[in-house]
Ligand binder design. Structure first.
Ligand code: HEC
Length: 146
């Protein structure tokens, strides 16, 4: 075999083989009674910037079916949902929900969420200053569940 052929095959064959390591892209059911309820302007920002990893309403991008990208997307959604899931918002105790609100405000202030890697493929999910302020004020302002 010629050298370029060997190089191409040595990339292509592992790439094809890793496609057999699939991930389970599931969206668990959404129950209206326990999902977060917020004014439309808050919901639209959260849906646009957070819901892919922090809800059961993930829009799985096309590359989430191609390894190794699928593994990365799967991991972010899995750990994202474990830490904070707006679809289970009212299932949490008041104490836990208040703690989550503080974390949300902190993550937004520190600009660590949405995850920077996510913004590469979802540039429109980036939060403007007004959006940050709106989210922070809303999560600060409410202590009762709704
Ligand atoms: C690409 C997926 C992704 C997106 C989009 C995303 N997050 Fe996250 N988020 C994660 C992951 C993964 C974790 C858990 C690991 C970590 O802390 O990095 C997390 C953790 C968190 C936590 C818990 C932090 C802690 O201290 O435990 C908060 C709060 C949070 N995210 C808020 C948000 C908010 C608010 C948005 C939207 C503005 C958002 N995230 C968008 C993936 C994401």
């Amino acid at each position: 075999m010629k050298k370029p052929t060997i190089i191409i095959l040595s990339v292509l064959i592992p790439f094809l083989l890793i496609q057999f390591i699939t991930v389970d892209r599931v969206n668990p059911p959404v129950y209206k009674s326990i999902t977060l309820k917020a004014p439309p302007e808050v919901m639209s920002i959260l849906k646009n910037s957070c819901y892919d990893c922090h809800s059961n309403e993930t829009e799985w991008p096309f590359y989430s079916s191609i390894a190794p990208f699928s593994w990365l997307v799967y991991r972010d959604v899995k750990f994202g949902r474990e830490d904070l899931n707006f679809s289970d918002w009212n299932k949490m105790t008041d104490k836990r929900r208040n703690h989550k609100k503080e974390e949300i405000i902190e993550e937004i202030s520190r600009e660590t969420m949405p995850m920077p890697i996510y913004l590469i493929t979802h540039p429109l999910a980036s939060l403007s200053n007004e959006e940050k302020l709106l989210l922070k004020n809303w999560f600060k302002g409410r202590s009762t569940k709704k």
